[in-house]
Design a protein around this ligand. Structure first.
Ligand SMILES: N[C@@H](CCC[C@H](N)C(=O)O)C(=O)O
Length: 266
């Protein structure tokens, strides 16, 4: 039997497995079965915490569709809560520092990247105002914050057909590794509303890296300046970034329950 914790950051939920006590073989099919909300435990992402030679712990991140990815902001805030103290975390996107605060955590998410081949895009173009549009949504920005994001700043967020456009853009051949799709509306000088269609997970209640990418794109476009409050369907994150620096993300992290499961049954 293997132990796990059910956790979430603003309703973006995780099955967190402690692989420090023994290896857990995770296949794409097994992740999909565990993440299944009807026949499995149910989660947006499955997180495996392990040992790391150069950090307190390592974190592996799997989307609900079984794909392994580089970064997950909301899960990163859950890691110090899971471990019980401030931690350095080795991820595929680099080494991250996560500090516990009252009710959540603050994380240094590293420096964003803007080069077209770092997003990555299929061919060279300006990533601040992309010469591309989907239906009547023009000129998005692209940012890599460990994982790839595209951000549309819109006038009326409620009018965007997120569930129709999200998967279409996620799978567009312009994005060789697919993409997380962010729809954002400025609602104040330092306040943005955001809905995210996540690569490999679909519509989630919150996306930490999406909030980081959106705040960075808004600051680069001079629509806002940090710290920026990002309101997602699941609640608020505060994101701070100054050009040339690293991104600071602060917000809640929640432990729901602990359980045991026989992973070979999935
Ligand atoms: N929910 C996450 C992002 C998870 C990974 C993402 N779907 C991807 O494929 O890159 C967050 O809080 O950042």
């Amino acid at each position: 039997m293997g132990r796990f914790s059910k956790m979430h950051g603003l309703g973006n939920d995780f099955v967190v497995i402690d692989a420090r006590t023994g290896p857990v073989a995770m296949t794409e099919a097994r992740v999909r079965a565990i993440a299944d909300r009807h026949a499995g435990i149910g989660c947006d992402q499955l997180i495996m915490i392990g040992d790391a030679p150069d950090a307190d712990v390592s974190m592996q991140i799997f989307n609900a569709d079984g794909s392994e990815v580089e970064a997950c902001g909301n899960a990163t805030r859950c890691v110090p809560l899971f471990v019980g103290r401030d931690v350095t975390i080795r991820t595929k996107a680099g080494l991250l520092d996560a500090r516990l605060i009252d009710g959540g955590a603050s994380v240094d998410m590293g420096a964003p990247r803007f080069e077209w081949d770092a997003i990555p895009l299929a061919y060279a173009m300006d990533t601040l105002t992309m010469p591309a549009s989907w239906e009547d949504l023009p000129a998005p920005a692209a940012v890599n914050v460990g994982n790839p994001h595209i951000i549309f700043f819109v006038e009326d967020l409620d009018a965007v057909p997120v569930e129709r456009l999200g998967p279409l853009i996620e799978q567009d051949p312009l994005f060789p590794q697919r993409v997380n799709v962010n729809f954002a509306q400025m609602v104040g000088d330092r306040h943005v509303r955001l809905i995210v269609w996540e690569r490999g997970a679909g519509l989630t209640r919150a996306c930490g890296t999406g909030a980081c990418a959106t705040a960075v794109a808004g600051i680069r476009r001079k629509l806002t300046s940090g710290p920026v409050t990002v309101t997602l369907p699941g609640g608020d994150l505060v994101i701070d970034w100054t050009p040339g620096g690293t991104i600071q993300m602060t917000g809640s992290a929640t432990h729901v329950f602990d359980g045991e499961a026989d992973w070979t049954r999935f």
